[in-house]
Write a protein that binds this ligand. Structure first.
Ligand SMILES: [Zn+2]
Length: 167
């Protein structure tokens, strides 16, 4: 963790974050902070369409709903699909504060979300480049573009503060 060389764009080249990605991440970070305040691991997610309009939002709800699948990404994907009346989110971007896990990477592909932007890398369970790279696995029929490490330090700081407080 920390200033890893892959905390940037593929190839390790640091590029400026697109304004729309930065705005979506700002909202996802707010949602993550709300999760922490509710006693949940702080992860927030936003689904936006090709114009940057927010279609769905989610934060981790696992404890409150006693639902093992209530990760921020799943909650946001469901809300976005309901909003447009279709499971197919192919022109959409999912922005999340933490690298998606295996379940969420699978759900992202099922939703056909074409882009994923995430904050902190999850070197223990990440499925978007850390442990697995499900979103860009050429063996699968669908893939997503991935941009990792966007406002990474803010996302990490929320997670660290949450786990430090629980020790
Ligand atoms: Zn997940």
């Amino acid at each position: 963790m920390g200033s890893t060389p892959h905390g940037t764009y593929p190839g390790g080249v640091p590029l400026p974050t697109a304004p729309a990605d930065d705005a979506a991440m700002a909202r996802a970070l707010e949602l993550a902070a709300q999760a922490a305040a509710a006693g949940e691991i702080p992860v927030g997610a936003v689904v936006t369409d090709a114009t940057g309009r927010v279609l769905g939002e989610g934060r981790n709800l696992r404890e409150e709903t006693a639902d093992p699948t209530a990760h921020a990404e799943i909650v946001a994907l469901r809300e976005a699909a309901q909003a447009i009346g279709s499971w197919n989110l192919d022109d959409c971007t999912l922005t999340v504060t933490l690298e998606p896990c295996l379940m969420c990477a699978g759900a992202i592909l099922q939703a056909r979300a074409g882009r994923v932007v995430f904050g902190a890398w999850d070197e223990k369970a990440g499925a978007a480049g850390s442990v697995y790279d499900v979103l860009r696995d050429r063996r699968l029929p669908v893939r997503a573009e991935v941009v990792g490490g966007v406002r990474e330090h803010e996302a990490q700081a929320l997670l660290r503060a949450f786990f430090d407080a629980r020790r």
